[in-house]
Design a protein around this ligand. Structure first.
Ligand code: BYC
Length: 336
C-alpha cells in the first residue's frame, strides 16, 4: 500500500506524540478562553485555544471526515444496480455530496494545524475511527432508502446541533452539510415510501432493511452518557451541545411517527410511548456489538478499509499528475 508522507510508523509516532506531549496551558489564557465560550463566542483558527480543545476537535472532526468518505462505499455499491436512471442520478449525486462533505471537514481540520495527509494515513493504516454504521453490508435496494431515511436522519439530528458548536470552521461546515443531508434524507424516505406502497415483496424488502439498520442507527450516537468518555469535556467547551443519549432520544421520537406513516415496524419489542415524558421509550442497545464494530470486528470493517486503500492506491497517478501540473504552473509564473 502506498501511503502519503511516509509509513505506518510515521503515523503511529505522530499520533502518540500528539496525544502524550500536549503542552501545559497558561491558566490565564485558559480562563480568557473559557470566558469567551461562556459568552457564546465562536473560537476561530487564529484564537488561542487549550491544547486539549485542539486535540479533541482534531479527533472528532477527523473521525467525522473519515466517516463521510467511508460512507460513500456502502451506497457506491448500488450505483450500477439502481432500478432506474432517475434513482441512479440521485444516488450518484448523494455519494458525490459525501465526498464533498469529507473535503469540507478535512479542510476544517487543517485550520487546527494538522496535515490532512497524516489523517488519511491514520484511516488507511487502521488507527483512526470512523462511524460504526458504515461497517454493515448493504444487501438490497431497500437499504438505499433506509440509509437515506435512518442514517442521514440520525446524521441530521447530530449535525444540526453541531452547527452551533463553539469552533467556527466546524460549525460553518455543518450548516452547509445539513442542507445537503436534508435532500439525502428526503430521497431515502421517498424510496421507502415507494417500497411501502409497492408489492408484498417490496414491503418485505423494506421491513428487512429496517430490521437490519434500526439498532446500528441508534448506535451512531455513541455510547450511553454514563460511558461517554469525551462528553464531559466537549459539553463544557460547547463543542457538543447535547449528550449522546439526548440526541438518540430525539432521533427515536422523530423517527417512530415516520415508521408508522410507512406502515412498518422497528425491531424493538420494548418500544412504547410514555405519555408523561412524551418520549418513545426504547429497549436496551447491544453495546457489545457496538464495541466489536468500533474495535474493527464488525461485519464489513476489513472490506471497507481494503476498498479505501485500493481507491487511494488507484488515485496515486491523479495526485502525481496534479502535483506535476502545479509545479509546472509555479515554474511558469516564476519565469514570467
Ligand atoms: N462509531 O466519548 P464518546 C454521516 C467512539 S457521517 C465509531 O461518546 P464523543 C454520513 C468515540 O470516537 C457520521 N466510534 O465520543 C456520512 C470515542 O472513541 P475515541 C459521523 C464511535 O466524541 C455519509 C469512543 O467511542 N458523524 O452521518 O464524545 C452518508 C467513546 O465515545 C461512535 C460524526 O462523526 C460511532 N458511532 O461522541 C450518510 C459527527 N460513537 O475517539 C451519513 C461528529 C462513539 O475516544 N461526532 N465512538 O477513541 C460526534 O458527534 C461525536 O464524536 C460522537 C461520539 C457522538 C460520534
Amino acid at each position: 500500500m502506498a501511503t502519503l508522507r511516509g509509513s505506518r510508523l510515521y503515523s503511529l509516532l505522530h499520533m502518540t506524540t500528539t496525544i502524550r506531549q500536549l503542552p501545559a496551558d497558561d491558566p490565564a489564557q485558559v480562563a480568557a478562553f473559557e470566558a469567551l465560550i461562556a459568552a457564546g463566542e465562536s473560537i476561530e483558527p487564529k484564537d488561542w485555544m487549550p491544547a486539549r480543545y485542539r486535540s479533541q476537535l482534531t479527533r472528532m472532526m477527523s473521525q467525522h471526515a473519515h466517516s463521510e468518505v467511508v460512507g460513500m462505499l456502502p451506497e457506491g455499491n448500488w450505483i450500477t444496480r439502481a432500478p432506474s436512471l432517475r434513482r441512479k442520478q440521485s444516488l450518484i449525486a448523494k455519494v458525490q455530496d459525501e465526498a464533498g462533505h469529507g473535503l469540507y471537514i478535512y479542510c476544517g481540520t487543517e485550520t487546527l494545524g494538522v496535515d490532512r495527509f497524516d489523517l488519511f494515513n491514520q484511516l488507511l493504516d487502521g488507527t483512526a475511527k470512523y462511524s460504526s454504521i458504515f461497517n454493515y453490508p448493504t444487501l438490497s435496494w431497500a437499504d438505499m432508502g433506509v440509509i437515506g431515511w435512518l442514517v442521514d436522519g440520525a446524521a441530521i439530528v447530530n449535525q444540526t446541533v453541531l452547527a452551533k458548536t463553539s469552533y467556527g470552521p466546524y460549525a460553518r461546515a455543518m450548516v452547509r452539510i445539513c442542507k445537503e443531508e436534508n435532500f439525502h434524507k428526503r430521497q431515502g424516505y421517498e424510496i421507502c415510501t415507494v417500497l411501502a406502497n409497492g408489492t408484498p415483496a417490496q414491503r418485505a424488502m423494506l421491513q428487512d432493511a429496517v430490521d437490519r439498520f434500526w439498532w446500528p442507527s441508534l448506535m451512531m450516537f455513541g455510547p450511553s452518557d454514563t460511558n461517554s468518555l469525551n462528553s464531559g469535556e466537549l459539553l463544557r467547551w460547547k463543542v457538543k451541545r447535547k449528550t449522546n443519549d439526548e440526541l438518540r432520544q430525539r432521533f427515536v421520537n422523530l423517527t417512530i411517527p415516520q415508521a408508522q406513516a410507512l406502515g412498518i415496524t422497528v425491531p424493538d419489542p420494548d418500544l412504547r410511548f410514555d405519555p408523561e415524558t412524551k418520549n418513545w421509550v426504547f429497549g436496551e442497545i447491544d453495546w457489545s456489538e457496538f464495541q466489536q464494530v468500533i474495535s474493527g470486528n464488525g461485519p464489513c470493517n476489513r472490506e471497507r478499509l481494503e476498498a479505501r486503500r485500493k481507491a487511494h492506491d488507484d488515485g496515486q497517478w491523479v495526485r502525481e499528475a496534479a502535483s506535476a501540473h502545479a509545479a509546472k504552473r509555479a515554474r511558469k509564473t516564476e519565469a514570467a
